[in-house]
Design a binder for this molecule. Structure first.
Ligand SMILES: [Zn+2]
Length: 314
């Protein structure tokens, strides 16, 4: 007797992670290898094929393959149009895997796949409406509404980092002004900390001590804030308020049951998240905001591969 399995692959710039899910959606096999993108697309595809082949046994019948990857996708045609982290242009990845295995293959934006994975099998499990917000160097969101991933016309939905939180704010590289990302991303936290440190050098010793002469990062700010450094706490308070303003918009537009907050900067914790919750309580429509659960992700680095496997045909 054979058991159907569903492959999910997270194709990253440094690593390829391959999983097999059974019919219940449980991970039954996992393996990974270095991408070594410098060897070219054919070599990378060969490594993906190898990972899948070595995962299959006579008892396992491969039913589909979902691939999560960064970059611009022509998902309908199964083409990776452009991926800077891989150095790929117009690579027909879907077709190659289909020819190799004779099963349906689908490509998905990695952030959306991770959001779908967390919704289906992780922190958002059991809900119908879930937004996964990533706060790292930038800010992005993957949105599941009424049990469906919102992709938009060309897989670009969920650009939460580029909603306006200050109409009169500075220009963003995206063309808009006063974007959330300019105030609340890890990059913004580091930049704003640097500005304040230059402005108030007499108050910046603790923070600059964390950096030890290197460029400031959001982690330095978080470490100094955790030890009670006033200047760092102020930076995180302002970032948290901005993040809360962004959350208010997503709550008002999407009416989610759960918001999953992930990404490196989200690990800063209460110094960032308490002011975020203050802003939501202060500004959100109370009947909508009060019912939202805010949680951390639970699937870790496997979210994208799990989501990709579950999204085939969705
Ligand atoms: Zn922007």
């Amino acid at each position: 007797m054979s058991n159907k399995v569903y492959a999910g692959i997270d194709l990253g710039g440094t690593k390829i992670l391959a999983l097999l899910l059974d019919e219940q959606g449980d991970v039954v096999y996992r393996s990974e290898t270095a991408t070594q993108a410098h060897e070219g697309a054919e070599a990378v595809i060969g490594r993906m094929v190898g990972l899948i082949k070595s995962s299959l046994t006579s008892e396992r019948e491969l039913a589909s393959i979902g691939v999560a990857t960064a970059g611009t996708l022509n998902a309908k045609e199964g083409i990776v149009a452009y991926a800077a982290n891989l150095g790929w242009n117009d690579i027909p990845l879907g077709k190659r895997l289909e020819e190799e295995f004779g099963v349906p293959v689908s490509l998905e934006n990695d952030a959306n796949a991770a959001a779908y994975g967390e919704w289906a099998a992780g922190a958002g499990k059991g809900t119908q409406n879930c937004v996964y917000v990533t706060v790292s160097t930038g800010i992005g969101a993957g949105i599941v509404s009424s049990g469906r991933l919102i992709r938009g016309r060309d897989n670009s939905a969920g650009e939460l980092g580029h909603i306006t939180v200050d109409m009169n704010g500075p220009r963003c590289t995206c063309g808009n002004a006063g974007c959330l990302e300019l105030y609340a991303s890890g990059t913004a936290i580091a930049r704003n900390a640097g500005k304040l440190a230059a402005e108030y050098p007499e108050k910046a010793a603790a923070l600059l001590g964390k950096a030890g002469g290197a460029a400031l990062t959001s982690r330095h700010v978080a470490e100094a804030a955790a030890e009670g450094d006033e200047l760092s706490m102020r930076v995180l308070r302002e970032a948290g308020h901005a993040l809360g303003n962004g959350m208010v918009t997503i709550i008002h537009v999407m009416n989610p049951e759960v918001v999953v907050i992930g990404g490196g900067a989200a690990n800063i914790g209460a110094a960032l998240l308490d002011p975020m919750h203050e802003a939501i309580a202060d500004r959100g429509i109370s009947s909508m905001a009060a019912g939202v659960r805010f949680v951390g992700p639970t699937l870790g680095k496997e979210a994208g591969a799990i989501g990709a496997a579950l999204l085939v045909g969705q």
